[in-house]
Write a protein that binds this ligand. Structure first.
Ligand code: ATP
Length: 472
C-alpha cells in the first residue's frame, strides 16, 4: 500500500448540501445565474463541467429510451406555448400550489412546506389562509400587447408531445404501443425555490409519453416504474437511496389515475427525482374534444375535422380509440444533483490526508481522460501528450483534456474532485530508453481515480485500452 492508498470513506460525514454546492462552484459545475448582479432566485447556470455532466445524463436517457428500443420516437417541441393548449390541458385552472402570506414579515410560502404552522423567516404564526397560486410563467407575443396576446412558457414538456401526437403518428405510421420522447426546458414560478438545483424556476425534463391500448395501461405502468428504477441504478444511484412511492388518491394531479414517484435520498431528505404517471386518455381526449369544438366554431375543416382527432384507428377491428398514456417524467437537474450526491466521497488516506473524489460512472464523467505532460515546458513531453489526446479524442467518448499545468499532484487532486476516471501521465520515461519500456515501446502511466493505482501501458495500446475501459 502506498502512503496515498485510501484507508476508508469517512463514514461519519453524511452528504452535506453545502459541500456539494461548494464543489460545484469551485470546480465549475454549477453557478448561481447572474451572480455578478446578485443572482436571480431559483435560476442556475451550468459551467464547463456541469454542461458535460448534464449532456452525458441526457444522452444516457435518450440512448435508453429511444435508441435501445424500437417503439419510441423523439421530438423537440417549442417552449412558447399557445394558451389554448394549457387551457384545455387543465393547467390554467389547476396548475397551482397552495400559498400563504406571513402577515408580520410579508414573506410568502408554499403552504405544504411550512413546518409547525410558522413563518420560516420570522417565526410568526400569523399566516393567511392558503390560496392557490398558478405557477405558469406568462409572456406576451408580438408587438401589440393586449389581453389576448399572451402565451406561456411551458410548465412541462408533455403538452408539446400531445399536440404533436397526430403529426408523429402520421409521419411514422406507428401503431400502439409506442412512445414519444422529449428532453427540454420547463418553467415553473415556484413559490419558494430551494435546495440548490432541486427546486428551481427554470429546469429541464426528460419526458416520455408512452401510448398504449386502454386496458393495458396498468401493466405498462408497472413495467415503466421498474425500467426507470433500473435505469437510475445504472447511472450509479444506490438501491438503498431509491424508493418507489405510490401517491395517495388526494395527492394525484388532475390528469392522473395512478402515480409512482421515484424518490432519492438527497442531502436535504428523501424527495422526488422522477414521477411515473398513468395520465389515462385525459390529455389526448381533452385536446381532441376541444379541437373539434373550436374548429366547428371557426367554421374551418367543417367536413374534415379528422386532423383534430388525437385517436388511433384499428383497421382490423374497425375501431378508433383515444390511447391511454404512461408518462415517466424525470428532472435533469434533480438527476444531476442525485448523481453528484451519490458520487461525492471524502476519504482519509493512509498518511492522514483527506481527498475528495467524485466516484461518478465513467459514461457520465464530464472529462473522460486527462492527459498530463509531467513538465509543462518540455516540448517533447507536451507534443507527445498532444498526440495522445488527439488519438483518444477521435474515439468519440466525450471530452479528453490536455492538462498542461505542470503540477502533477494538483492535477490528480483536481481530477479526483471532478470525477475524471483515468489520468494518463506522459513522463520522462515515456521518452527515454528505460526499463519501463514494454518490449521496446513507449509507455505512459495510467492512474485510476477510485483506487489511485498506477500502471504503465504502451502508447500503441492506449486507444484499445481506453475503449475497453469505457466499454465501447
Ligand atoms: P414536486 O412535487 O417536487 O414539486 P412535481 O410532482 O410537481 O414535483 P412533476 O410535475 O411530476 O413534478 O415533474 C416531473 C419531474 O420534473 C419531477 O419529478 C422533477 O424531477 C422535475 N421537476 C419538477 N418541478 C421541478 C422544479 N421546480 N425544479 C427542478 N425540477 C423539477
Amino acid at each position: 500500500m502506498s502512503a496515498k492508498t485510501p484507508m476508508a470513506e469517512d463514514s461519519t460525514k453524511s452528504k452535506n448540501m453545502n459541500d456539494l454546492v461548494a464543489l460545484c462552484k469551485r470546480r465549475g459545475f454549477i453557478f448561481q445565474s447572474a451572480d455578478i448582479y446578485g443572482g436571480l432566485q431559483g435560476v442556475y447556470d451550468y459551467g464547463p463541467l456541469g454542461v458535460e455532466l448534464k449532456n452525458n445524463l441526457k444522452a444516457a436517457w435518450w440512448r435508453s429510451v429511444v435508441y435501445e428500443r424500437d417503439d419510441v420516437e423523439g421530438l423537440d417541441a417549442a417552449i412558447l406555448s399557445n394558451k389554448l393548449v394549457l387551457r384545455y390541458s387543465g393547467h390554467e385552472a389547476t396548475f397551482a400550489d397552495p400559498m400563504v402570506d406571513c402577515r408580520k414579515c410579508k414573506s410568502r410560502w408554499r403552504a405544504d412546506h411550512i413546518k409547525n404552522g410558522r413563518c420560516e423567516k420570522c417565526g410568526s404564526d400569523d399566516l393567511t389562509e392558503a390560496r392557490p397560486f398558478n405557477m405558469m410563467f406568462k409572456t406576451t407575443v408580438g408587438p401589440i400587447v393586449d389581453e389576448e396576446s399572451y402565451a406561456y412558457l411551458r410548465p412541462e414538456t408533455a403538452q408539446g408531445i400531445f399536440t404533436n401526437f397526430r403529426n408523429v403518428l402520421d409521419s411514422t405510421s406507428r401503431r400502439l404501443p409506442f412512445g414519444i420522447a422529449q428532453i427540454g426546458k420547463a418553467f415553473r414560478n415556484e413559490i419558494t425555490p430551494r435546495n440548490f438545483i432541486f427546486r428551481v424556476r427554470e429546469f429541464e425534463q426528460m419526458e416520455l409519453e408512452f401510448f398504449v391500448e386502454p386496458g393495458t395501461d396498468d401493466d405498462w405502468h408497472k413495467k415503466w416504474v421498474e425500467a426507470r428504477i433500473d435505469w437510475w441504478k445504472q447511472q450509479g444511484l444506490a438501491s438503498d437511496n431509491l424508493v418507489a412511492y405510490h401517491q395517495k388518491a388526494d395527492e394525484l394531479s388532475h390528469y392522473s389515475k395512478a402515480t409512482v414517484d421515484i424518490l432519492y435520498r438527497f442531502p436535504h431528505g428523501l424527495e422526488e427525482l422522477e414521477g411515473i404517471a398513468n395520465r389515462t386518455d385525459f390529455d389526448l381526449g381533452s385536446h381532441s374534444k376541444n379541437q373539434k369544438e373550436l374548429n366547428l366554431k371557426a367554421k374551418v375543416m367543417e367536413n374534415n375535422d379528422s386532423t383534430a382527432k388525437l385517436t388511433v384507428r384499428d383497421t382490423e377491428a374497425n375501431t378508433e380509440s383515444v390511447p391511454f398514456v404512461i408518462e415517466p417524467s424525470a428532472g435533469v437537474d434533480r438527476g444531476v444533483l442525485a448523481i453528484i450526491t451519490e458520487a461525492y466521497t471524502e476519504e482519509t488516506l493512509e498518511n492522514g490526508n483527506k481527498r475528495i473524489v467524485l466516484k461518478i460512472k465513467p459514461h457520465l464523467a464530464p472529462i473522460k481522460v486527462a492527459v498530463i505532460p509531467l513538465a509543462r515546458n518540455n516540448e517533447a513531453l507536451v507534443s507527445k501528450a498532444e498526440s495522445i489526446k488527439k488519438t483518444l479524442q477521435a474515439l468519440g467518448l466525450g471530452r479528453i483534456l490536455l492538462e498542461n499545468t505542470g503540477n502533477i499532484g494538483k492535477a490528480y487532486r483536481r481530477h479526483d474532485e471532478v470525477g475524471t476516471p483515468i489520468c494518463i501521465t506522459v513522463d520522462f520515461e515515456t521518452m527515454t530508453e528505460s526499463e519501463n519500456k514494454i518490449a521496446g515501446e513507449e509507455t505512459v502511466t495510467v492512474r485510476y481515480r477510485d483506487t489511485m493505482k498506477q500502471e504503465r501501458i504502451a502508447v500503441s495500446k492506449l486507444a484499445d485500452y481506453v475503449r475497453k475501459f469505457f466499454n465501447v
